[in-house]
Design a protein around this ligand. Structure first.
Ligand SMILES: Nc1ncnc2c1ncn2[C@@H]1O[C@H](COP(=O)(O)OP(=O)(O)OP(=O)(O)O)[C@@H](O)[C@H]1O
Ligand SMILES: [Mg+2]
Length: 510
């Protein structure tokens, strides 16, 4: 079906067209050139009316309505179309831009369902459906799971726009095919996800496995308290690490420093007392989290499952230490397993993870921040660089892309980007995804919940998609303060009533 013609000045990557109907931004069209059928994406669309061109007041505007309706030629529908490549080549995964710009007068036609399905919903192994094209709604939108494990994924959007929904959807699909996912769940968003093969773990830290800097972080010794740090370093000996009574032994070692008559220890005395208090306090406050008797934390992660690591009870620093530990250990295990598999290592034995793993870090701006270095950031960056070789994929999720380290962000081979209004967030995304067209990024402000721009290696072409809602979970939904307050008031009325009844009873009994 012919819907328009190329007009004006064409370029090999760009044409302007006049259409017979309004066209939507994000809609795919075909430019039927002599060289072959070319797929284009509508990047800008405008409508104007000749009858309203020169109106200067209300009455003229009112009169123009009738004129505009009578005159078939009144409306001008203009579309700016970005050229994506020859259709048949795109269907085979190649993007070949025409050498010669489409000649003005070339027809613009509507693609058939099959034209688009070959590109956006290929029925190949590894591809899963995550929704449908936003502007060509009958077409399923699929993504290639292989690519997110081998080349990583960024999910970026303002709060409440559907990031966790997409994470849940991907997790559900990976678990279905017996893949392994690990989600670091900082806001307890996923523990109630009701999908098969889920494994919820309350993340804990085994202090025996830390180095003295990490121990100092999880005990919350201040960064600037140099002497306290030194005391802890001296006290945290291998004997303590191996002792059955970890905390008692650690405290003994600190006490030894505090009571030592040795000249060089004397100046540490006050700090050592403070460290003792800190250790006591940490056991009281974080007893549930810092567990020297838990064994190996990694053993709680199961292969072939959707592992939800609940880190919501941990402070930010503790979560950071935990993340760094898990990332380091999983990478090490995947490295060993891959090397053994390729016969490059003589090491025998079984590995915890014999197949690829996809690890998802929510709140990436906290754990992989732009401004300063953290343990989690070091390991995330390493995985972003090396994970590909060892079958370890990284997914980073953030509502503040501007605060995420650009180095890590730009290693993400694929992105889902939902509504984002802040300009500095948009700039950061533009720098991290050099292939994303500016026009697509300028769409970001107008998207609705669940709408996403999909770019990178997990799709054949950049596309605007509406993502399916995961029904197995009520999550992150906006809470109604008004109804909660009403409930709270009712509860307090009931409480007052029953107290009054009790008081009356008491009086009677007296
Ligand atoms: N694809 C979708 N279709 C319809 N509704 C959706 C979709 N994705 C998310 N929602 C709804 O939007 C709400 C917020 O979604 P979600 O928790 O995924 O957002 P988020 O981006 O992770 O937010 P936050 O930044 O707060 O973590 C949920 O109540 C969910 O039901
Ligand atoms: Mg979320």
């Amino acid at each position: 079906m012919n819907i328009g013609y190329v007009i004006g000045e064409s370029k090999p990557t760009f044409v302007t067209a006049l259409a017979s109907r309004p066209v939507s931004v994000g809609e795919y069209v075909i430019i039927d050139s002599d060289e072959g059928r070319i797929l284009g994406l509508v990047e800008k669309s405008s409508v104007s009316s000749a009858a309203f061109a020169d109106v200067r007041n209300f009455d003229e505007a009112a009169e123009s309505i009738e004129i505009a309706e009578m005159n078939r030629r009144d409306k001008t529908y203009t579309a700016h179309i970005g050229i994506l490549g020859f259709l048949d080549k795109l269907q085979r995964g190649q993007s070949i831009i025409p050498a010669v710009p489409p000649i003005p007068g070339t027809s613009i036609i509507q693609p058939t369902k099959q034209d688009l399905e070959t590109i956006f919903s290929p029925s190949k192994e590894g591809w899963i459906k995550i929704g449908n094209l936003l502007r060509n709604q009958t077409i399923d939108a699929c993504v290639n799971l292989d690519k997110i494990v081998s080349r990583h994924l960024g999910i970026l959007a303002m709060t409440g726009m559907g990031k966790s929904n997409l994470v849940s959807l991907l997790t559900k699909e990976i678990a279905k095919i017996k893949g392994t996912v690990v989600i670091f769940d900082y806001h307890n968003d996923y523990t109630s996800l009701n999908i098969p093969k889920i494994n919820v773990v309350d993340a804990k830290i085994n202090p025996r496995l830390l180095d003295h800097e990490q121990l100092s972080e999880v005990l919350e010794i201040r960064d600037s308290a140099n002497v306290q740090q030194r005391v802890l370093r001296m006290a945290f000996t291998n004997k303590v690490k191996e002792s059955k009574e970890f905390w008692t032994k650690l405290e003994e070692e600190v006490e030894f420093i505090a009571n030592s008559e040795d000249k060089k220890f004397k100046e540490y005395r006050n700090s050592a007392y403070r460290v003792q208090d800190i250790i006591d306090e940490a056991q009281r406050r974080f007893g549930e989290i810092l567990d020297p008797d838990m064994g190996d934390p990694i053993s709680f992660i199961k292969e072939g499952r959707a592992n939800i690591l609940n880190i919501s009870e941990l402070s930010e620093k503790q979560a950071n230490v935990a993340l760094a530990f898990y990332l380091q250990q999983i990478l090490k295990d995947r490295k060993d397993a891959s090397l053994a598999r390729h016969g490059k290592s003589k090491k025998l034995g079984t590995y915890r993870f014999n197949s690829p793993i996809f690890v998802i870090i929510e709140e990436a701006h906290v754990f992989i921040p732009k401004e300063h270095d953290t343990g989690a950031k070091y390991w995330a960056a390493k995985i972003a660089r090396e994970g590909r070789k060892f079958g370890m994929g990284l997914g980073i999720v953030s509502q503040r892309p501007r605060s995420v380290d650009l180095n890590v962000l730009s290693q993400m081979g694929s992105f889902a980007i939902m509504k984002i209004i802040q300009e500095d967030d948009q700039h950061q995304i533009a720098s991290a995804t050099e292939s994303t067209s500016r026009e697509l990024i300028s769409q970001l402000t107008s998207l609705n919940v669940g709408d996403s721009i999909m770019v990178g290696q997990w799709v054949n072409l950049p596309s605007l998609v509406h993502i399916e809602e995961v029904k197995e979970k009520i999550m992150g939904g906006d809470q109604s303060a008004v109804s909660e307050w009403a409930k709270a008031e009712k509860m307090s009325e009931i409480a007052v009533e029953s107290t009054q009844q009790l008081v009356q009873k008491d009086l009677l009994l007296d």
